[in-house]
Design a protein around this ligand. Structure first.
Ligand SMILES: NC(=O)N[C@H]1NC(=O)NC1=O
Length: 140
């Protein structure tokens, strides 16, 4: 889809295409549609970033809270979005041992109890070793 096509999308179609750029937050796409026409892909990306940056802390925390746990019940239950399924799969989180799943669940629960939102990391740029290391480091 070229830029002219993106800029000519109805807001319904724009949300259909770009609604999960921010995991489970189609409202961001619905809001960003108002900023068209986009002069480039970078401009579209910047529009997303600008919208999120202007949210109050509670709004940013709300976006984090809609992220599925890594190797969590959504992955185990097959209810991840396509994007998250691919991302978590690339990190090898879909082939953890039972013991590793339990350890992730315990650490995720501890993290959410401490911070009030889930541990969020770019899974496709990590693997199960670095993800577990980062999770433990952030818990201190
Ligand atoms: N909790 C968390 O980081 N989840 C997201 N990260 C990612 O790359 N894919 C996800 O599902």
């Amino acid at each position: 889809m070229d830029l002219a096509s993106v800029n000519s999308l109805s807001y319904e179609d724009f949300v259909e295409v770009f609604g999960n750029v921010v995991e489970k937050c189609p409202i961001v796409a619905a809001a960003v549609w108002s900023r068209r026409p986009f002069s480039s892909l970078a401009d579209l990306e910047a529009s997303y970033n600008d919208f999120i940056d202007t949210l109050p802390e509670s709004g940013k925390e709300g976006i984090l809270r809609l992220h599925p746990d890594l190797a969590g019940r959504d992955l185990q239950g097959g209810t991840l979005t396509r994007e998250s399924r691919e991302e978590q799969g690339k990190a090898g989180l879909d082939t953890l041992t039972t013991l590793e799943v339990s350890r992730m669940a315990r650490l995720n629960t501890e993290y959410k109890g401490h911070f009030g939102f889930p541990f969020v990391i770019c899974a496709r740029m990590n693997d199960k070793v670095t993800i577990l290391r980062q999770l433990e480091e952030r818990l201190g």
